[in-house]
Design a protein around this ligand. Structure first.
Ligand code: 5AD
Ligand code: SF4
Length: 436
């Protein structure tokens, strides 16, 4: 045994899954999982740089590790992920935190094992590849997300929204081979996973870069839905300009494809959407929502929304409020726009932080109200729920349309699909009872 590892993950589901790959590589190299940071021999920071706050969190926690290393000098520290991939970040991180032992970027994650091998002979290994290269397969994965298994279908993004750093640190779109994905999903269902979540920065572009023009996201979903077994498929993230009617039709035609779509609008004002380089208007977006609801009544919808994008006026913001009111999302992920150097929006006229904070709190309050109304409408309805947590007679799970529901169950039913009738709601939380 080489020692124990502890992984700190920041950011999106893509990173959560990549930490499962880091854990897979560590285990292949003889490491086992530590329960706490204090007991580990190697700590890995899998970082995010989508907002400044994520970077501050990483730097703050690196400070804690610096102290720990004073009393535990053999502790090894590795930093990887999006923050490490930024141009010049490796040198800057090493200068700021000279105690770091390994720094690598998003494009060379699969090389982590080689760096672990070098740890005995080298004090510091820093390697950040500046281009994405081919999709790398067969990286070991140690899964930690219960009944759900994450499956990458593509990497990178070609969209260059003007506020976003992702295309700069994740490279251009690369799709995985369709048959490799299907084999992965088949194997995972065979292993007993009940929920498969397909991952990509923009899953609707799946296949665009492949030679075989028959391969696209709708066809992939259809093929997965035709695999044997009882399971649900989810995916994220979709770009509103690319989500096609074909995809929505496929979802509506199969029980196995969850009735849920995360469709980030970012902002409601056409002027702001144009400045963001989103390439759709508020009307286009609302039309798409109507189309989705036509095919999938009862669909669960969620969105990402940013407030305080450069030059956003109160009038612009009210357009966002209007969309939120009209759509009635299940769930909303709200963010304050954060300047990212190297992106076009960083050079635009910025909005005062007080105004940004005021707007986000108004949006959160509004969504809380809407969420409550939506939750109340569920009382009396019965949903098929996949149970993902059970402890001392208390079970939790989610419906196909991604409503989180808690209910009592005498038996441990994790991984089972059960009918649950909603009996009450409190603060947006749904409570129900098992239907016998
Ligand atoms: N500032 C704030 N939020 C951002 N996002 C992306 N870039 C930024 C930024 N510079 C948000 C978007 C995206 C989500 C993953 O993060 O809403 O959909
Ligand atoms: Fe960023 Fe836009 Fe790509 Fe999403 S689609 S990762 S917001 S550039």
């Amino acid at each position: 045994m080489r020692g124990k590892y502890f992984i700190n993950t920041y950011g999106c589901q893509m990173n959560v899954h990549e930490s499962e790959k880091l854990a897979g590589i560590l285990r292949e190299h003889g490491y086992t999982e530590a329960n706490t940071l204090e007991e580990c021999d190697i700590v890995v920071f899998n970082t995010c740089c989508v907002r400044e706050t994520a970077e501050y969190r990483v730097l703050g926690n690196l400070g804690i590790v610096k102290k720990l290393k004073e009393s535990k000098p053999d502790l090894k520290v590795a930093v990887c992920g999006c923050m490490a991939q930024k141009p010049g970040a490796e040198q800057a991180l090493k200068k700021r935190c000279p105690f770091i032992n390994i720094i690598f970027g998003t494009h060379n994650l699969h090389k982590f094992g080689d760096y672990l091998d070098l740890l005995d002979s080298k004090k510091y290994i820093g390697e950040v590849w500046d281009s994405e290269g081919e999709v790398v397969e067969n990286v070991p994965v140690y899964r930690t997300s219960g009944v759900n298994a994450w499956v990458n279908i593509m990497y990178g993004c070609n969209n260059f929204c003007s506020y976003c750093i992702v295309p700069y640190v994740r490279g251009r779109e690369r799709s995985r081979n369709e048959s490799v994905i299907l084999d992965d999903v088949k194997r995972l269902i065979g292993e007993g996973y009940k929920e498969i979540t397909l991952l990509g920065q923009n899953v609707n572009s799946y296949g665009n870069d492949l030679a075989d023009k028959e391969v696209n996201f709708a066809n992939l979903l259809d093929k997965i839905a035709n695999l044997d077994g009882k399971f649900k498929v989810r995916f994220m993230t979709s770009h509103p300009k690319d989500l096609s009617e074909d995809v929505v039709k496929v979802i509506s035609s199969s029980e196995k494809l969850a009735d849920y779509i995360h469709l980030p609008i970012q902002a409601g004002s056409d002027r702001i959407l144009a400045l963001m380089n989103r390439r759709y208007t508020k009307k286009d977006y609302l039309n798409k929502i109507d189309m989705i609801r036509k095919y999938i009544p009862g669909v669960g919808l969620s969105s990402d929304i940013m407030v305080g994008f450069p030059t956003e006026t109160e009038e612009d913001f009210l357009e966002t409020v209007d969309v939120v009111k009209r759509v009635g999302y299940n769930n909303l992920f709200t963010f304050i726009y954060s300047r990212r150097s190297g992106t076009p929006a960083d050079k635009m006229e910025q909005v005062d932080i007080k105004i940004k904070k005021d707007r986000i709190s108004r949006l959160i309050d509004l969504q809380f109200e809407i969420g409550n109304e939506e939750a109340t409408k569920c009382v009396g309805k019965t949903y098929e729920v996949l149970c993902d947590e059970w402890k001392n007679g208390k079970a939790k799970g989610k419906s196909s349309c991604e409503k989180a529901i808690s209910f009592a169950s005498a038996d441990d039913i994790v991984g089972k699909f059960v009918p649950v009738k909603i009996t009450a709601t409190k603060n947006n939380q749904l409570k129900g009872e098992l239907v016998k």
